[in-house]
Design a protein around this ligand. Sequence first.
Ligand code: PHE
Length: 337
Amino acid sequence: MSQLTDRIKEEIHEAVLNSKDELESFRLKYISRKGRITELLSKIGSVAPHERKEFGQKVNHLKELAHKKFSEAKEKLEKNNEGNNSGIRALDDPTLMPAPPAFGRLHPLSQTQQMIKDVFFRLGFTISDGPELEDDFHNFTALNFPPEHPARDMQDTFFIKKTDNDDEDDLVLRTHTSPVQIRLMQSSKPPFRSIMPGRVYRNESITAKSYCLFHQVEGLYVDKDVSLAELIDTLVMFVEMIYGEGVRYQIRPSFFPFTEPSLEMDIWWGDEKNGKWLEILGAGMVHPNVLKACGVDPEIYSGFAFGMGVERIAMLLYGIDDIRHLYDNDLRFLQQF
Ligand code: PHE
């Protein structure tokens, strides 16, 4: 028995208690009710009666020793931690460079919009602006959407009432940036060479490919003798400047009430074999009816217009496969740009 108490005494002396974990396992092993010292005491019945007194003293001594060692180590550890909390550690080297500060950055959509603007600034375009809450005239009628014409259903519209007791929905959240073309042509004289970036809204279900709001950059170029060839040239130059010269694109005929002829441009998404065409913009020659509605003589002037989707362009540029990432504001996503 006395051999055992001696061994435990030695163990306690040698125990290293430099961390919380070490402290806790020491406590469990020696001090707790299931620890080795309690276990020793329970064996007192098997000790020869004349040795019991001495054995009891030894065990009590062990108990004191363990408690003392434990509380001293605990105190020391707590003191060290306080030092850490004050922010100063003995080992810190004051000559080291501090950790770099975390900088904010532009949202990938803002970066993409800036790239688009830069391309058109180089081509001599200026910027124009219009309201997001539009009237039916600017969003549809002046753009040659006949009343009740099914073309109005091409874009699912959020209708807004002017007042509570108004029966008619005469305001809309603009479904595209094309109404800014109308506002620009009504408010000044040709020639026009302008881009119109902004937010647009559609009452569509939210999926990986569509969202209830998104961004467009509209473009309008009106002058004497503007041709379809110039439009195509401009669009090809645009995609080559954004995606590089090797970009795979296609231009195909389409329909918009406000352009004639109309076209759409697609960019290839994926590698050679596995991929698909993604539409990035609609465009066309400004319809004579639109010029007339704005007081521009279609016998003298012609022009082209385009409207591109900023989200689509960003998704292709950065390889983002779900439009909702652009609106979640998850830092793990945003910090990649
Ligand atoms: N406004 C069209 C759309 O949102 C795009 C477009 C703009 C097409 C200008 C032709 C000319 O889909």
